[in-house]
Structures are given as C-alpha cells and as structure tokens.
Ligand binder design. Structure first.
Ligand code: BGC
Ligand code: ZN
Length: 338
C-alpha cells in the first residue's frame, strides 16, 4: 500500500510502497484511514526541523490528524467494533513511564521521551490501513463524521483553554483575544464564543477576505494589530514570536497568555507589569484523553456550517504538494484516503 513518508536518509518527502499492517494482536485495532488533516507541524517536519523515524527505519509515515473506521479488532478489545468511527490520539507514553505518562497524561510527559504518531518515533496515518491500541482511540459518533477530522486540533484547543481558565486567579474571564486565524485560532474563537466570552481575533487578514467574513460570522471582532487590546485570556495560535511578545503587554490584570505556536521570542518581558498585575504566561502542547472527549462534545455543539467552512478536501495524491507548498487560502486541508 502507498504511504506518504519523510525519508530521513535522502531528506525528502515522497510516496512509498509499505507493507500492510499484520492482524491486530490482543488490545489492538486495525483501522481503515478515512481522512488526514495537514497542519504546520507537518510542514515543519517536511523541512526536517524536527521529527524522528521509528527505531530501525529511515522513513517516517506522516499524518497525525486522522479520522478512521475500525476494520477489525484483536482479541480482548471490547471498547469498539468493526465499523465504528475513531480518532487516534497522537502521543504515546515514554518507556519506562514517568509519573505523568503512567497516570494517562503523556501530554504532560516529564522525560520528553514520549513518542507521537506521524511526528516522532511512530508512523502516522497517511496510508490506507494502520494499527493502534484500542486504548488510544477516541470514539466518534457517526453524526459528527463530516467534521471529526477536527477532533485532534480541537483537543489541543480544549487543553489550552482549560489551562488558561485554571490559571486565571479570579476565574472572572470575559474578554478573550486569539492571535491568528488558522485552524487552531478559529477553533479557539469558536470554543470561547460557546463559553459566552467576548472574542477579538488579531490577524492580518484583509477586511474583505473570506476569512475576515468568517470571523464576523463567528461573532468575533477582528483587528490587525494589538492597539487598544486588553484581554483576560490571550491564546497565541500563529507561531509568531513578535506577536506572542506583544500579547504580554495586552494582558489585563490577572490576565493569562497561553502560547501554542511561537518558538522563541526575544525582546523585553515586562516583568514589573506582570508582577503588579498578577499575570501568567504559559505554554501548552498536545492533549489528554478527556480533552479529546471534550472536543467531540464541543464540536457537536458548534454551528456545523461554520465548522465545515474550515475544511477543504483533496485527494491523497495531492498531499505531498499541499505539505510542501502550504495551504494557500484554505484553512484546514484534509486529504481523503478512501
Ligand atoms: C499536534 C500535537 C503534538 C504537537 C507537537 C501538533 O501539531 O497536534 O498533538 O503534540 O504537534 O509535536
Ligand atoms: Zn497538528
């Protein structure tokens, strides 16, 4: 079967004929991959900025945002059955497990020796068939099928938002700012609106662009810079160091900034302002099983038309090109494998 792989020996991205997975052993499930979303992590991987193939292999099968259908289950699996829809969780525990990983929170791994499907140490889902442990699968109701490929990115948003609300000392959060209008930014804005918060998106879209139009329809206000911005919670979802640094100065007293994308900022950190304002800057990555469950619940409650407007579907044959060239005007490019 054909897989989309990163070849670490020749440093290139290409389709490769790989063996079909063997029958699932006890606790495992054989999955038919339906579709796989592409994100900035895949583009960074294709530039060999990070990532690692499985031990003893030169290539890594890409793809970590997958929607799959259970094809068959191995012995002792009673949590799903053939035909069920599932989303695999990306991160697997470090071995031997640290205390976070053994408590089911590999998203809070203490050793950094975790593995991630399609990212580091474990093959991903850009292929027609894959095997996973039943314990790593989030069940998906069939009526959510059209947007379930968003469950993995939404799980990242759920974790970041939960962290922001927990870190806000008084819990009185009303004004939320989201930096960036990509998939993570727009999903964050939608979640914040669902919680009844006022949302401003800071992003460089032209005022007459389809994305700016979508932002308005989400009930969010929109600005291209940080002027006059003051927020109780700010989520950075654009990967810009400068934007993350500017955001610190826009925190209201007790404000919390959660950084999801900026790799390393440099500049002045207004410590005194942070001290006298009791402010917090935090990082967040990946998600726990309960965030995947929350993602399913909240995606089910959101406006389905608006969610569908985030997604643009292409063939598997086009996946190499979209990872290399970027997504253009599209928000979430999703490749169909069936
Ligand atoms: C994925 C996360 C992952 C992170 C870092 C993101 O694109 O959605 O699950 O932990 O990359 O590798
Ligand atoms: Zn991703």
């Amino acid at each position: 079967m054909l897989a989309l792989v990163l070849d670490f020996q020749y440093r290139r991205l290409d389709y490769l004929d790989v063996p079909e997975p063997t029958e699932p052993v006890p606790g495992e499930v054989l999955l038919e991959i339906i579709e796989v979303g592409v994100c900035g992590t895949d583009r960074d991987l294709a530039k060999f900025r990070f990532g690692q193939p499985p031990a003893g292999q030169n290539h890594l099968i890409l793809g970590h945002e997958a929607l799959a259908r259970v094809k068959s289950v191995g012995p002792l699996v009673n949590t799903c059955k053939a035909g069920d829809l599932v989303v695999p969780r990306v991160r697997h525990s470090c071995r031997p497990s640290c205390s976070s990983c053994s408590a089911g929170r590999s998203d809070l791994c203490l050793t950094n020796n975790y593995q991630e499907r399609g990212i580091t140490g474990l093959d991903g889902f850009f292929r027609p068939l894959a095997v996973d442990e039943a314990a790593n699968l989030q069940a998906i109701p069939s009526e959510l099928a059209d947007v379930a490929v968003l469950v993995e990115p939404m799980s990242v948003v759920e974790k970041a938002y939960e962290l922001a609300l927990r870190l806000h000392v008084s819990g009185e959060v009303r004004r939320v700012a989201v930096i960036g209008a990509g998939t993570i930014g727009l999903l964050t804005a939608m979640l914040a609106r669902l919680k009844g918060h006022d949302v401003t998106i800071v992003s460089r879209e032209a005022a007459d662009s389809p994305r700016a139009q979508l932002i308005q329809e989400l009930g969010c206000s929109y600005q291209v810079n940080f002027s006059d911005l003051s927020a109780d919670v700010i989520i950075e979802a654009v990967g810009s160091n400068a934007a993350a640094c500017s955001a610190i100065s826009c925190l209201a007293p007790l404000g919390v900034l959660v950084v999801l994308g900026a790799p390393d900022g440099s500049g002045e950190i207004p410590f005194l302002r942070m001290i006298v304002g009791n402010q917090v800057v935090a990082g967040s990555v990946n998600a726990a099983p309960h965030h995947f469950a929350l993602a399913v619940k909240d995606l089910s409650a959101l406006d389905r038309n608006l969610l569908n407007r985030l997604i643009e579907r292409r063939s598997f044959a086009e996946a190499k090109e979209t990872i290399i060239s970027g997504s253009g005007e599209s928000i979430k490019l999703v490749h169909r494998l069936d």
